[in-house]
Design a protein around this ligand. Sequence first.
Ligand code: GCB
Length: 605
Amino acid sequence: MSSPRPPLVQNTYHRARVSLAGAWSYIVDPYETGFRNQRNWEPFPQEGAPKDRAFFLDRRREGAADRVEYDFDSSPTMQVPGDWNHQVEAIRYYEGVVWYRRRFDHAPAPGRRLFLRFEAVNYEAHVYLNGSLLGRHEGGFDPFEFEITDAIRAEGNSLVVRVNNRRERHTVPAMTTDWWNYGGITREVYLFETPGGFVRDYHVQLEGGESDVVSGFVELDPAHEGVEVEVAVPEACIRVLATTDREGRAAVSWRAHGLRRWTPESPVLYDVVVRAGGDEVRDRIGFRTIETRGADILLNGEPVFLRGISIHEEIASVPRRAYSREDAAALLGHARELGCNFVRLAHYPHNEHMARLADETGLLVWEEIPVYWGIDYANPAVYAAAESQLEALVRRDRNRASVIVWSIANETPPDAVRTDFLRRLKAVVRRLDRQRLVSAALDRTESGEDGGYSLDDPFAGESDLVSCNQYLGWYYGTPADCGRKQWRLDPGKPFFASEFGAGARAGRHGPREEVWTEEHQAWLYEEQLAMLERLPTFRGCSPWVLMDFRTPRRNLSGVQDHWNRKGLLAPDGSKKLAWHVLRAFYECVARREARRAAQREETSA
Ligand code: GCB
């Protein structure tokens, strides 16, 4: 959550940028000395403090007293972007405060505006430029930015970031997660420039249903009325003009005739150019529709089955947080090899490269915010943190054709307060994006004499895609129980198996009844898939999980060693037996879906 700021600038990757990647000095500060106003530390201005207060980092140069018990100049450095856990052995398990500093020179061209953008800092960031607090941001996986046009100096800027990744009851996620709490400036940091008046935001997408219309808006900063705005798709000979209203917004729409549809098999992207005043910004955008009809998910009006996999944003071979385009290519490459047309980016917003690459290579995407176990739903500050993360994600990625699902929660025990929390989040999504599917990974309920499964969660009725995590055959029962399990599902909605899985230590073999063996995991996959295939509304799944991942809560020595072993791939990339089971299933499904599509075409001809 941040103090009210204007909405994020759209598509900053296509602006003139200067990266601040590289070696940053750091100070590990477990006792919060930097915030405590100690005699030998200059007080750090906190929120509400005067902006012009001298900042301690410049003290030495400005002739301050000798006895100063910190010194960035003599401190060690680490690479930004990058989590601290994998870079500095001594703080691999650390959760707390680390101060970062980077000096840089930059002289913006006259008349240009300059912004400082962080793609993500986990979890809380206080950002200081030349001794003044630019602001604070809360949320470990969403971008934030500050305009620094007036705060920058041509030479000798000192940028300091206090990063705090302490888990708290009031954070989102909260105290318990089943993933590694990688701390630090985990994604890219850069400066970007715009003209004095510029295109702050835009959104264009194909409307659902039969309408065949692309609609959207362009928003300018500053918000001047009566400015002419142009949106062009040169390859399709489309050029639309509109004029801004008092809010600096202009609605645009055009008929989509002649625009080829984006699909995973043919991920067509068009150059889209947005011009206004002296500004021009270019994007690559695909056009497709996504909706549901009864139990079917329709992509461009045609039923689609989601051959998915759940993915954490981690490069397990190191292990470290993933953040770059190369990292995205590696993770999504595995999904493609598995035969997927869909990925679930669990359990928090992944970096922007993931959705951009999915757009380019043809993968459908589920994006999610970390409203996860143990959230304090009754706390308004917690709601505000969740909302701010959701809003940043939707604003960042709503021009991506690949993204078809916004998921707002994972395994959240239903009660009235939680349900109200989720409903409010859903309303936020609907305000920002009318078209995509809204979902949440819900828990199954067991009921009746047969112990059948259903989804009695009230949010199931509010989800476009009814999604369920269940671990039958792993946390409860054996894989053989899948054959007997009854399900009672809403016949009028698509059912999506957002998680199932079993742990297996790669290289461990034995009879299929023996847990932690690859055989056991493969057996679980066979039984689960057979069970799900029997459900008439089953329209896809994203089993748990692509790769083994680091997590401090998995303590079984010799097997887990702080890894969740439900990966289909081991950390070194080697394939477990279950990989081949899922791969074969997806091959079959892809053939079946292609046959059905051909039949539909025949009947309609
Ligand atoms: C779940 C969670 C996921 C865990 C997984 C597990 O239900 O959504 O974050 O990692 O189970 O392995 O238990």
